[in-house]
Design a protein around this ligand. Structure first.
Ligand code: GDP
Ligand code: IMO
Ligand code: MG
Length: 427
């Protein structure tokens, strides 16, 4: 059986949680490969509604092994709380494992995330302030502490001692705040380590064994393509790669092992945080979408910026990720609109362009060029068969497929697992 990567194809919150929860029924292993608890993946199924931040959305199927991969940064307090919450609600988490190579979010990371944001003033990125950016920065700067380090208290203490000395210098000398206590952090993280130790593994071996047994492995993306530090709207991005390419690094599999890359798109666009979004609607239609769809962040509760579907982004995302198929979510949100717009290209300084510019300064000058389509103005949430969709909805989907040059496999018409239309088999 193959590996399928499920990737956010816009600015995050596309509905990856719903899609992974749906598809994980057939998987034996699900791996989260990037980000940290900046992610918020909503899953609604027979157990209720969940907002998962770190645990893969495959956790609801007994017998599915869920792995938090090396590419994730882990706040152990958040993870332990998430495990406890799931257990309290009757979800079995014995199949959850953590890569020993995953880096830890330390108390100075969360503190610095807030302090750095405040020091940016009007140029703030609008991070989730979960410490994710500072933790990835330390990973790259070789100042990180990995979860596997907690398994040897002496190693951990020594590493924490030297790093904390440096971090405290920054906290006190640059930001003028109080230093953090070595003993407090050490004791607290030792407790986390004891609690999580039975789950910490060399997870790439587990993955390789699953592949040898020909089991289906799913790689669960966090964030979205336009938040990638290389290909997103830099510097208004996150700090790890949400791309299909990032899934190899963050899970520990070679690119040749990935057979399918499913891009998850909303039927429109949203973004939370700062940075350009060419199709943003700062009008009544934008407000209507936000309220109808309750577009407020799963992690921070912030209102999401809403706008029309951007097919320039769609094409770019398909190319950069090598998408083999698409899941369109939240089609039902558009049910009430009399007409819909799709951005097909941009106007830049009087010229039409159809590529996504690398510079935010240029992107900010781009005006969307729209094509208008008729709305269907009838409910779609109870439809399960593609042919039963209103003709205008089918035309909308067909036009997206054409503009992105990629087939649509799945159409989601509601937040619950079953509210799904399987248009084309993925395998
Ligand atoms: P993720 O981060 O990509 O997993 O997405 P989020 O969970 O942050 O945001 C997606 C939101 O859309 C959640 O509130 C989901 O419950 C909801 N959702 C997903 N698919 C659909 C759908 O087809 N229709 C509607 N109305 N809501 C959906
Ligand atoms: P899921 O997995 C939407 C955004 C933040 C901010 C930027 C940097 O639920 O789709 P960070 O805390 O990562 O340093 O913030 O990235 N961001 C997300 N936006 N969905 C997410 O995750 C996000 N994770 C980070 O809002 O603009
Ligand atoms: Mg989300």
């Amino acid at each position: 059986m193959p590996i399928i990567a499920v990737i956010g194809a816009q600015w995050g919150d596309e509905g990856k949680g719903k899609v992974v929860d749906l598809l994980a029924e057939k998987a034996r292993v699900v791996v989260r490969f990037s980000g940290g608890d900046n992610a918020g993946h909503t899953v609604i199924n027979q157990y209720g509604e969940f907002g998962l931040h770190l645990i893969p959305s495959g956790i609801f199927y007994p017998g599915v092994t869920c792995i938090i991969g090396n590419g994730v940064v882990i706040n152990p307090a958040v993870l332990i709380n998430e495990i406890d919450q799931l257990n309290q609600r009757g979800v079995d988490t014995t199949g959850l494992f953590i890569s020993d190579r995953a880096h830890l979010i330390m108390p100075y990371h969360t503190l610095l995330d807030g302090l750095e944001e405040e020091s940016r003033g009007g140029k703030a990125i609008g991070t989730t302030r979960k410490g994710v950016g500072p933790a990835f920065a330390d990973k790259t700067a070789r100042l990180g502490i990995r979860i596997g380090d907690l398994l040897d208290k002496e190693v951990f203490q020594e590493r924490l001692r030297s790093i904390l000395e440096y971090k405290n210098t920054i906290l006190t000398k640059i930001y003028g705040v109080k230093p953090l206590s070595l003993d407090e952090i050490y004791n607290q993280y030792c407790q986390y380590g004891e609690r999580l130790a039975p789950r910490i593994r060399e997870t790439t071996v587990m993955l390789a064994e699953a592949l040898d047994r020909h089991e289906l492995v799913m790689l669960e993306g966090a964030q979205g393509t336009l938040l990638d530090p290389d290909f997103g709207t830099y510097p208004y991005t996150t700090s790890s790669s949400p791309l299909a390419g990032g899934s190899c690094l963050g899970a520990g599999v070679g690119p040749t092992r990935i057979d399918r890359v499913l891009g998850v798109f909303k039927a429109y666009c949203t973004r939370v945080g700062s940075g350009p979004m060419p199709t943003e609607l700062k009008d009544e239609t934008g407000n209507l979408i936000r309220e109808r769809a309750h577009e407020y962040g799963t992690t921070t509760g912030r209102p999401r910026r809403c706008g029309w579907f951007d097919a320039v982004v769609g094409r770019f995302s398909a190319r950069i990720n090598g998408l083999t198929g698409i899941a369109i979510t939240r089609l039902d949100v558009l049910d009430i609109l009399p007409s819909l717009k799709i951005c097909t290209s941009y106007k830049l300084d009087g010229q039409k362009i159809d590529y996504f510019p690398g510079s935010v300064a240029i992107l900010e000058r781009c005006q969307p060029i729209y094509e208008e389509l008729a709305g269907w103005q009838s409910p779609t949430s109870d439809i399960r068969d593609y042919e039963q969709l209103p003709v205008e909805a089918k035309q909308y989907i067909a036009r997206l497929e054409e503009l992105i040059s990629c087939p649509v496999n799945i159409i989601s018409v509601g937040a619950e697992r079953g509210q799904t239309i399987h248009k084309l088999p993925i395998f």
